[in-house]
Ligand binder design. Structure first.
Ligand code: FES
Length: 505
């Protein structure tokens, strides 16, 4: 088969989302429970499952469909090899904290492995490899291997990877794993429901009233009174003056699901150099679907996002040869100032409202580690990783540097979006084309759908007023400041924004 026999899927769709999942009702009344979990991804569902087994009454609410957020768009590697992290953590936080970070990931891997034993979820144990293609990164890889030895990580330097990629170094971490995240979480969710747990879909939490019995308030005005709240909604659904939006950096990346000419040799691979490239396989109708991912960039940078898919397609074609290209999708990840997630009380004053966010690209292990820690915090058991992950921590280096450069960028975006010259007019748009346009002398966003209907929105983000940019790969309006995303007709797809973009008739 030649390259002309396949083509890029017209619309993004995650392979994991092909798995059928039962729907749940929307919340339509005020209710009372012990614990409310906001967000039905890996953190929310795992926490819910652990806490119901501790005897609590637990409700999960989800703004859209369960497992449809970041968890449904991940590459689902279950590994403690999070890029070149350990040398950096030793340098910035010290060896003790670096070791705790590794141990937390290892505990999470063991938990997933044990749990996956009783769930049909395509779990397989694989080695994970990070490879360099330049001398600069070969040196970094050597430093990372030194960190492995200091932290007693089961890894080794190996000669090469089994692809046509010239490498300058390869570092393996042994006995890692991969799975189908939606099948796995479906198993956990079934168990949760069988144990008496409740799930509401299409139910958006917008606020919380503090107190000994906090109340989660939904967009429809319903109130859920409880003893504990967990925000597992990727971006925290409330900020409580803790400035999460200024302490989390949103990044988008892209995934292709392809069938290939060359037989995939097994293993999970990740490049140390830029642009990032990542490879793994998943079973697919008796064959292998290869997930090729990378091309990360800050959300809403206003470039043609299809270019990222094309770059990955080129890489896949050169590395493995493509025979079929059934899936492509994108994901959004949040990074904290020191690369360690925020898991714990949402502010230092709270002991019954918790948050878990900022997993970078490593949500399977970090999300599970978060659930294990949140369970211990709520049941008042000691947990060795509590201090490492506490959201109230303040590490002067390198946090301040990241904080200043990130927020200077946000301030720049606020001004830039308002001043920019807008050459396009809505009438100029072809079918299935979107762009920033001028309407009545003002900046607006227009998309002409496949049927020729024009959808025009005010591009000003309803979070804090930055200007959103058109993302043609996903047909969305993305905000460069804190990563909110809106559909072409303005509906909120991803927070922190809660209100839709204004429509312009
Ligand atoms: Fe904060 Fe848009 S997400 S201004």
């Amino acid at each position: 088969m030649t390259a002309s026999n396949y083509s890029m899927p017209q619309y993004p769709e995650s392979y994991w989302q092909d798995e059928k999942v039962n729907g749940f009702e929307k919340l339509n009344s005020d209710v009372k429970t012990d614990i409310v979990i906001v967000g039905a991804g890996i953190t929310g569902i795992t926490s819910a499952n652990l806490l119901i087994k501790e005897g609590f009454k637990v409700i999960i609410i989800e703004t859209g469909k369960v497992m449809n957020g970041t968890t449904g768009h991940t590459t689902a590697k279950i590994t403690a090899q999070h890029g070149l992290i350990y040398d950096e953590l030793i340098t910035n936080l010290g060896i003790e904290k670096a070791k705790q970070y590794y141990d937390a990931q290892e505990d999470a891997i063991k938990f997933i492995q044990t749990t996956a034993n009783s769930i049909d979820c395509d779990f397989s144990q694989e080695d994970s490899f990070i490879y360099s293609t330049s001398d600069e990164y070969s040196e970094k890889l050597t430093n990372e291997f030194d960190a492995y030895q200091r932290l007693k990580i089961n890894g080794s330097l190996v000669d090469s990877i089994p692809f046509n990629i010239p490498t300058t170094g390869v570092l393996a971490m042994h006995n890692q794993a991969q799975f189908h995240p939606v099948k796995y979480l479906k198993g956990l969710l079934d168990e949760f429901v069988n144990n008496g747990g409740t799930v509401y879909e299409n139910t958006t939490a917008i606020d919380v009233e503090e107190g000994t019995e906090p109340v989660v308030i939904t967009k429809d005005g319903n109130r859920i009174t409880c003893k504990f709240v967990i925000s597992a909604s990727h971006y925290p659904f409330v900020d409580m003056k803790a400035f999460y939006f200024a302490r989390l950096l949103p990044e988008r990346s892209y995934v292709l699901g392809v069938k290939t000419t060359s037989e995939y040799p097994g293993g999970m691979y990740y490049s140390a150099d830029q642009p990032k490239r990542s490879l793994r396989f998943t079973p697919y109708n008796g064959e292998k679907l290869i997930l090729v991912s990378g091309e990360g960039h800050k959300t809403g940078k206003g470039i043609d996002t299809l270019k990222h898919y094309r770059a990955l397609e080129e890489f896949a074609s050169e590395t493995l040869g493509i025979t079929d290209y059934p899936y492509r999708w994108s994901a959004q990840d949040l990074t904290t100032l020191d690369d360690v997630p925020y898991i714990g009380p949402i502010t230092s004053k709270q002991n019954n409202i918790f948050v878990a966010t900022g997993f970078r690209k490593w949500g399977m292990t970090n999300g599970t580690a978060a659930a294990l820690l949140l369970k211990d915090l709520i049941t008042e058991k000691s947990n060795p990783y509590q201090q490492l992950f506490t959201p109230s921590r303040f590490a002067p280096n390198p946090s301040i540097k990241n904080f200043i450069s990130y927020n200077t960028d946000v301030a720049g975006q606020l001004i830039k979006g308002k001043l920019e010259y807008v050459p396009m007019h809505a009438e100029d748009l072809q079918n299935d084309e979107g762009a920033v346009v001028k309407v009545n002398g003002k900046r607006a966003g227009a998309y002409r759908d496949k049927e020729g209907k024009l959808h025009i929105v005010d591009t000003t983000c309803t979070h804090l007023g930055c200007e959103t940019e058109w993302n043609h790969g996903d047909r969305t309006w993305d905000c460069p400041c804190h990563g909110s995303r809106f559909s072409y007709n303005g509906k909120v797809l991803e927070g922190p924004a809660e209100k839709p973009l204004d429509k312009i008739e």
